[in-house]
Write a protein that binds this ligand. Structure first.
Ligand code: CMX
Ligand code: CO
Length: 150
């Protein structure tokens, strides 16, 4: 059901400062910036290659998911996001396998994607995000050898 690692979400106090660090140190490029009120974040997507990103997340408020995480643990990896062809279908299957979904239905994610989160306690402590995207810069599969047909 997972077709790629779409992004690693990193919680930061100061988005501008950390964008500067990641672009200067690793040569990554910012491909999208967004304020997502529903998720309580100001964020930037930095491209590793098409379909694979680093997502930098600054909380909009201290009581948002990322705000609470920063207060408890400080800056660091907040979640891992996997690309799926159909997020609603993946949610249905995963729910049936007994993993708690944090979203009842897909929500709006970066670059026009549809996303849903799984409870970290049910995924060995890793907050897990599912991402469905038809963005041209986010191919479902990489190369011929990666295609589902083999
Ligand atoms: N990764 C792993 N564990 C986490 C976690 C994270 N990111 N955030 C919280 N937890 C753990 C805490 O450590 C805590 O564990 P203990 O009870 O063992 O101490 C437990 O979950 C509860 O923590 P909390 O601070 O009380 O947080 P809440 O239960 O209120 O919320 C969670 C936790 C995961 C349900 C909430 O953060 C959530 O709904 N997240 C999904 C939405 C989200 O994170 N959006 C921002 C990103 C948006 C994007 O990627 O686009
Ligand atoms: Co994310």
């Amino acid at each position: 059901m997972f077709v790629r690692i779409d992004h690693v979400g990193i919680a930061v106090h100061d988005l501008e400062e950390k964008i500067e660090f990641f672009t200067k140190t690793f040569g990554l490029t910012v491909v999208a910036r967004e304020v997502n009120e529903e998720q309580g974040v100001k964020e930037a997507m930095l491209r590793v290659r098409d379909g694979n990103y680093v997502q930098l997340l600054e909380p909009l408020t201290p009581d948002s998911p990322v705000g609470k995480f920063l207060a408890r643990r400080g800056e660091g990896v907040h979640h891992v996001a996997f690309g799926v062809p159909d997020v609603a279908e993946a949610m249905r299957v995963i729910d049936a396998r007994g993993v708690r979904l944090l979203d009842e239905r897909p929500r709006h994610g970066s670059m026009g994607s549809s996303i849903a989160f799984l409870h970290p306690k049910d995924v060995t402590g890793v907050l897990t995000e599912l991402v469905q995207s038809d963005h041209p810069g986010r191919p479902l599969f990489h190369g011929n050898n990666d295609s589902p047909e083999g």
